[in-house]
Design a protein around this ligand. Structure first.
Ligand code: ZN
Length: 319
């Protein structure tokens, strides 16, 4: 823990230097909040203004998370500047900084970290998104640190100029960024699912060796379902029920699929400490669908053995 805090403070110092000297690298971490614990929310395929998005946003607000990350498709239907504030700021303005929209106050510092989806690229460019959000690095894919977690947001859309397959410049960046990370937890997130039992199915170009490179978990959207996938290489989630008016059917289960759910919109709450990270998918009616906990092996042999617990309810889940 002490080691982590030291690292966090060092990054924080580098960070303020970046702001004053404007020397940040193309994908550098410009956000760092040291701390022992972090609660964050994960929403996917949500930017579809209306009662479904509102219900999920109210659920998320009730958790009082420090930050929100998104799994893409922030701005239906075409990613236009004319719709982005109604689709995003209307529900999440309190997490966004700087916030220049018309729905109320923004955050003190930015607490909203999206990744782009295909709908955000819907005009053929990402201009509306890049103008609306102020994000680290090149803003399309980037890393930042918050509490015990290093986050790595990717751009999995084919328009991405640095490429989207495992040999792309973007993938090389991720590999080196993960190798350079000393955080207790490394969370990778992107829109297109490397593995999914939804109708979009596995996105082959997104099947990178994330876990071999050091990731603890990979989260994606695009299919409007919730799924936990326990592959031999590691843990994956699909989480695309954040507020779109469409929920998708579930098709043939992919390898490692441990739980699939599509009965209602919802979001994930993640609680991280230096030694554990607990993922919970909760519906807009406050039903817990799935819980999964990752723990690091204890440093001393006298501690409890590492555990991985999962439970599921309610009856509407499909196993
Ligand atoms: Zn999509």
């Amino acid at each position: 823990m002490r080691r982590f805090l030291t690292i966090g403070l060092l990054i924080a110092c580098a960070c303020s230097a970046c702001h004053s000297g404007d020397a940040r690298g193309p994908q550098g971490a410009v956000v760092s909040r040291p701390g022992d614990a972090l609660t964050f929310a994960v929403i996917g395929d949500y930017g579809d203004s209306g009662r479904r998005e509102r219900a999920v946003a109210e659920l998320v607000a009730g958790w009082n998370p420090e930050i929100v990350i998104t799994l893409g498709d922030n701005n239906y239907p075409h990613g236009e500047a004319s719709t982005i504030d109604a689709n995003v700021g209307q529900y999440y303005h309190r997490f966004i900084a700087p916030y220049h929209g018309r729905y109320g106050p923004g955050a003190d510092v930015n607490r909203f970290f999206p990744c782009p989806g295909n709908h955000d690229w819907g005009t053929g460019n990402l201009d509306a998104y890049l103008d609306y959000f102020e994000l680290p690095g090149n803003e399309r894919y980037y890393t930042f640190t918050w509490g015990p977690v290093d986050f790595f947001a990717l751009d999995s859309d084919d328009h991405e100029p640095d490429g989207v397959d495992a040999t792309s410049a973007q993938a090389r960046w991720l590999e080196s960024a993960l190798a350079a990370s000393h955080a207790p937890w490394k969370v990778v997130y992107l829109h297109h699912p490397p593995y999914s039992s939804g109708p979009h199915g596995p996105e082959r170009s997104a099947e990178w060796p994330y876990h071999a490179w050091g990731a603890d978990v990979v989260m994606s959207g695009h299919d409007h379902i919730y799924e936990r996938i326990e592959r031999p290489d590691g843990l994956y989630f699909v989480n695309g029920l954040g507020g779109s008016r469409q929920r998708y059917p579930i098709e043939e289960a992919v390898e490692g699929s441990a739980l699939r759910f599509n009965a209602r919109q919802g979001a994930m709450r993640v609680e991280a400490t230096p030694t554990s990270m607990r993922f919970t998918f909760i519906t807009a009616r406050d039903e817990i669908v799935d819980t999964r906990t990752l723990t690091h092996e204890p440093a001393d042999a006298g501690g409890p053995p590492p555990t991985a617990a999962a439970q599921a309810s309610p009856s509407s889940m499909r196993k």
